[in-house]
Design a protein around this ligand. Structure first.
Ligand SMILES: C[S@@+](CC[C@H](N)C(=O)[O-])C[C@H]1O[C@@H](n2cnc3c(N)ncnc32)[C@H](O)[C@@H]1O
Length: 272
């Protein structure tokens, strides 16, 4: 078989990087459950309006409108490519009435609109794109402005010693591919951090650098302090509990202290 045909016939050439990404790193159902739990705890009712900043393919918006007929969602991202993919693959399969309750804006998240929301979510560490305190503060001030008086913002964070090993790659196996999270470059002075996502297929073909992120590695206390500076009246850190084997159990509760963990994910919740 000629080489060129091999190149176009391989699994990597036929793969859709957004499908692989969603299967590897997204759990929109768990996010919506978490938003419900935290909002109910704070305000004693069900949240109805969601703004998903850095929404990419806006999987959370779609899950949100599916979860309740009175719910509406706004997705904001400045890249037209994931938005278009999300329209074709996440929005189109929804019922027409659900589709009507999703609005999309192709713009910078550093904008405050007329509409205010119960929940503002910024997931998968996306706000790490802002590398300085003034830049992150500006974003958090907009986020604060975009919330209802009874409203809260949810951001996720990662950390732990293992996240600081340069050139380390975390591999997770799926039935038909492997997901690779590469900690490519880490600068302990500036906290500049470059991460890559690669996919490897059973036929040996690869999608290298399917996604690349050039971020600042923020710490929890820095982000908590900036949220308070931006106006949030209360900022809580939700830490994951452990099961009998000491493994994360997927249940996050507000905690003031935690024991070191080599690789953790936590939520920061800012209450307006
Ligand atoms: C890590 S992806 C996250 C996608 C999705 N939120 C998720 O949970 O998987 C980051 C997204 O943020 C978008 N983005 C980066 N900077 C932005 C900005 N200033 N305003 C709006 N979107 C931005 C990128 O286009 C990209 O889709």
């Amino acid at each position: 078989m000629p080489k060129t045909k091999d190149k176009f016939d391989c699994m990597a050439a036929k793969a859709d990087k957004y499908v692989l990404y969603q299967r590897s790193v997204q759990e929109p159902g768990s996010e919506v459950k978490f938003f419900n739990k935290v909002f109910k705890k704070e305000f004693g009712r069900k949240p109805l309006t969601l703004r998903e900043d850095f929404c990419g393919t806006f999987a959370i918006c779609c899950e949100w409108v599916k979860s309740n007929k009175d719910r509406t969602a706004l997705g904001v991202d400045l890249d037209p490519e994931p938005l278009a993919w999300g329209k074709a693959n996440n929005l189109a399969p929804l019922k027409p009435k659900q589709q009507e309750r999703v609005t999309l804006l192709e713009q910078d998240v550093r904008t405050s609109g007329e509409d205010k929301f119960d929940i503002l979510s910024a997931q998968n560490f996306s706000f790490w794109i802002f590398k300085t305190r003034p830049a992150l503060l500006e974003y958090l001030k907009h986020a604060y402005q975009n919330l209802n008086d009874e409203g809260l913002m949810v951001m996720d964070m990662m950390g732990g010693g293992e996240c600081w090993v340069e050139d380390h790659t975390d591999i997770r196996k799926f039935k038909d591919f492997k997901y690779e999270w590469e900690q490519h470059k880490l600068d302990p002075i500036t906290h500049d951090a470059t991460f890559n996502i690669h996919f490897q297929f059973k036929d040996g073909s690869r999608l290298d650098r399917a996604f690349t992120y050039d971020w600042r590695f923020w710490s929890i206390p820095e982000v908590v302090e900036l949220c308070k500076e931006a106006g949030f009246s209360q900022v809580d850190v939700y830490w994951e509990g452990v099961d009998d084997d000491g493994e994360g159990n997927g249940i996050y509760t507000a905690q003031e202290h935690a024991s070191p963990d080599p690789c953790w994910i936590a939520y920061i919740v800012g209450i307006r």
